[in-house]
Design a protein around this ligand. Structure first.
Ligand code: SUG
Length: 441
């Protein structure tokens, strides 16, 4: 099969998905703290979303869940002995730490890395930089295994860089703070990097996860044309309203750029960016959501813009939204309006409630890439979904996953064993060999 265009890689939701309340500034994570999750339903919901995208004719990729609990991290922090001893000591001496190394947060693949397609770079290579995610402990333990998977998938066709070093203030949250606008996926594009603040400025009470300097470093490393690289700063009011990542208040696909009136800090900069795009991108269209139509609060609670916007037949677009949007009449009115004024002609809703309760909508669950046909032929297709793999994954999830998991259950070593058994069988199913640390002991 040949293919060129967009391919999304979704994070398979792992067996330890739980509501640990670990993310400051993420309202959903805080609101559902200590509620009982359903990892089985979560993973099946994630697969169903992937199936819906495949149904539209796009190949669909996936990332494997990371090894959780991450005993290697506990060992790096001084815990020693057998796996059981390390687990039990950490549970006793530092319950919060154990909860953090158990997080299934790698499911939110939009935070895995920043992706630049080869057409945009001087050296005509795909460039990928794994996000360091250093703002939150539970996420900061993701980049190493993310890089490993990126190398396995894109190793033959991309430069996979190292994450930007873990330095206080120098956070990188990957594609969740990055947009690409272009006449067509495979034409040269304009990349917009969105940051919270400078690494050297610390504003009280504002959790700015993405540093300006880091965004700029990623753009430089990706060999992007400075005339085609744009920067916007998140509005503190948006961050404060629960938009910890920019992908909750803006969205782009090909020539369409959607954003909320209060998404960005500096109106003049927004105008400059819009002019630049209007002058250079054929068919460019922006849709600005006015606060009087949909408040920031409604945007964050509905996750209207944390949806997937994909190009389907006849250059029309499909918007795949979380079901929760249907509870907001103002969002539904807006959707009706854009159907007549933009290429977005198809609207679908998906139930990903389990992920939403931790602040992750459809857009969070996917890492968007663009490849040409030659690159496509060299992707590692073990990470691409087929109908058969979909069935096999469903069966494996049904076999191993719990349908009830409370954060207090994380202290039960049986959960660790179940999690590792699942991951072991998963690597066998996908013929990946031993990729997890526990498989090497
Ligand atoms: O980093 N939630 C994730 C949600 C990430 C959403 N991603 C995008 N917007 N692209 C986060 O805050 C919650 C984990 C917990 O509380 O157990 C969490 O990590």
């Amino acid at each position: 099969m040949t293919y060129s265009g967009e391919i999304n890689f979704d994070g398979l939701i792992g067996p330890t998905h739980n509501y640990g309340g670990l993310s400051e500034g993420n309202f959903a994570s805080k609101k559902h703290h200590n509620q009982t999750s359903n990892p089985k339903a979560a993973a099946l919901q994630g697969l169903e979303k992937m199936r819906l995208i495949m149904e539209q004719g796009l190949p669909q990729g996936f990332f494997l869940p990371h090894e959780r609990p991450n005993l290697e991290m506990l060992r790096m922090l001084g815990f020693a002995g057998t796996d059981e001893e390390v687990f039990n000591q950490a549970g006793k001496r530092s319950p919060s730490l154990l909860k953090n190394v158990y997080s299934a947060s790698s499911m939110w693949a939009a935070n895995a890395a920043t992706f630049s397609p080869s057409i945009d770079s001087y050296d005509k290579n795909i460039h990928i930089t794994p996000a360091n995610l250093n703002s939150m402990f539970h996420r900061s333990i993701e980049p190493e295994f993310t890089k490993k998977q990126l190398e396995m998938i894109f190793g033959l066709i991309a430069k996979v860089h190292g994450p930007v070093r873990h330095i206080a203030g120098c956070g990188d949250e990957g594609a969740a703070n990055h947009l690409r606008v272009t006449a067509q996926h495979l034409k040269p594009g304009f990349q917009i990097f969105i940051y919270g603040n400078s690494a050297f400025v610390n504003e009280e009470n504002i959790i700015a996860r993405q540093a300006e300097e880091v965004s700029k470093a990623v753009a430089t490393q990706h060999q992007l044309d400075p005339d085609r690289t744009l920067y916007l700063r998140q509005n503190n009011a948006a961050i404060d309203s629960g938009s910890f990542h920019n992908d909750i208040v803006s969205l782009a696909n090909e020539e369409i750029f959607i954003f909320h009136q209060e998404a960005f800090a500096d109106r003049l900069e927004v105008e400059r960016v819009l002019h630049h795009l209007k002058d250079h991108v054929k068919g460019f269209q922006f849709l600005e959501i006015k606060s009087e139509d949909i408040s920031l609060e409604d945007l964050v609670s509905s996750y209207l813009l944390n949806s997937q916007l994909i190009t389907v037949e006849n250059n029309e677009m499909l918007m795949l939204l979380p079901e929760e949007v249907q509870d907001h009449s103002n969002c539904m009115i807006w959707l009706d309006e854009i159907k007549s004024s933009s290429p977005i002609k198809h609207i679908e809703f998906v139930d990903i409630r389990q992920s939403m309760m931790n602040g992750g909508g459809p857009a969070c669950l996917r890492f968007k890439t663009v490849v040409n046909d030659e690159e496509f032929s060299q992707l590692n297709d073990k990470f691409l979904l087929t109908s058969q793999k979909l069935m096999d994954l469903r069966a494996l999830i049904n076999k191993y996953y719990r349908d009830k998991l409370n954060p207090k259950d994380l202290f039960d070593i049986e959960l660790m064993n179940e999690s590792y058994l699942f991951l072991d069988e998963l690597t066998q199913l996908l013929d990946l060999g031993s990729i997890y640390s526990f498989q090497k002991n």
